[in-house]
Design a protein around this ligand. Structure first.
Ligand SMILES: Nc1ncnc2c1ncn2[C@@H]1O[C@H](COP(=O)(O)OP(=O)(O)OP(=O)(O)O)[C@@H](O)[C@H]1O
Ligand SMILES: Nc1ccn([C@H]2C[C@H](O)[C@@H](COP(=O)(O)O)O2)c(=O)n1
Length: 248
């Protein structure tokens, strides 16, 4: 049986860490769709496009044209999810503040979204069809619109949330080594402003019908992974059909 697992959530909710752990546990492939938007942003900047001016239709068209020609190779091994653009390993560079600050300008372009959605569905289908990393076991895909738009037919769909306070503290700890007031303030734009911009094109704060919410505010990483694995087990448990009784 092939499993497709969809996980969405806001910045810092733990999607990437949890999705990777779940994929490793279930021997599935892993698709980081946020990394695809980040790679597209890296490519636009590499092409010299000024992403502070995407309100200008000419700049927006240049972004679309660049992404339609994006030479992207996404690794789907959860133990080593590499990202290459035009043969260059951009895995580290796409995590820098330079990309985090600019990515929403690319992710809110609807033509870009259509193209990346096409690539994401192709990656999911490749795992369903058995020709790729998981040998047909399946894939965990995470992002902002996987449960609703990219794979609404997934076998299990999870919205991973956490309070803004928890998400800011996690990101501050990751980037600055502590969650004191100064570190949290330095992180606010990369979490809160980005989520506000991204929410104009995707709904990832409220679960759609059939999507199960896991609130990780008071859970550690291992507990969150366990909670998501339980949702998957519940969603994929075979339903027992009552057998007809003789003479009934
Ligand atoms: N339940 C948790 N408890 C504590 N820390 C967590 C938890 N989940 C994730 N983290 C930590 O929070 C940080 C952010 O997690 P992660 O990068 O997985 O979030 P994300 O939702 O993918 O964010 P983004 O969308 O911005 O990429 C990481 O340092 C991770 O180790
Ligand atoms: N399915 C997705 C995935 C990501 N995005 C956007 C939103 C973020 O600003 C950006 C980077 O994502 P992250 O690596 O922080 O998860 O990509 C989106 O719009 N849709």
């Amino acid at each position: 049986m092939t499993l497709v697992i969809a996980i969405d959530g806001p910045s810092g909710s733990g999607k990437s860490s949890v999705a990777k752990a779940v994929a490793r546990d279930l021997h599935l492939a892993y698709l980081d769709t946020g990394a695809m938007y980040r790679a597209a942003t890296w490519w636009c900047l590499h092409q010299g496009i000024d992403l502070t001016r995407t309100d200008d239709p000419e700049v927006a068209s240049a972004v679309t044209a660049a992404v339609l020609a994006l030479p992207l190779v996404m690794g789907v091994d959860p133990a080593a999810p590499a990202v290459h653009v035009d043969g260059i390993d951009v895995g580290a560079d796409i995590r820098t503040d330079r990309i985090s600050a600019a990515v929403s300008a690319v992710a809110t372009n609807l033509d870009v979204r259509a193209e990346l959605r096409r690539l994401q569905r192709a990656a999911i289908d490749a795992e369903r069809e058995g020709g790729s990393f998981s040998g047909g076991a399946g894939i965990v895909a995470e992002g902002r619109d996987i449960t609703t738009v990219v794979a609404p037919d997934a076998d299990a769909r999870v919205l991973l949330t956490a309070s803004e306070e928890a998400r800011l503290a996690r990101r501050a700890t990751e980037l600055h080594g502590d969650a004191g007031a100064a570190a949290v303030e330095a992180t606010r734009d990369l979490v809160v402003r980005r989520d506000a911009d991204d929410s104009t094109v995707s709904t990832f704060h409220v679960a759609a019908d059939g999507v199960v919410t896991v609130d990780s505010s008071d859970l550690d990483l291992d507990q969150t992974v366990e909670a998501v694995l339980t949702v998957i087990a519940d969603a994929t448990r075979p339903t027992v059909q009552p057998t007809a009784q003789p003479g009934a």
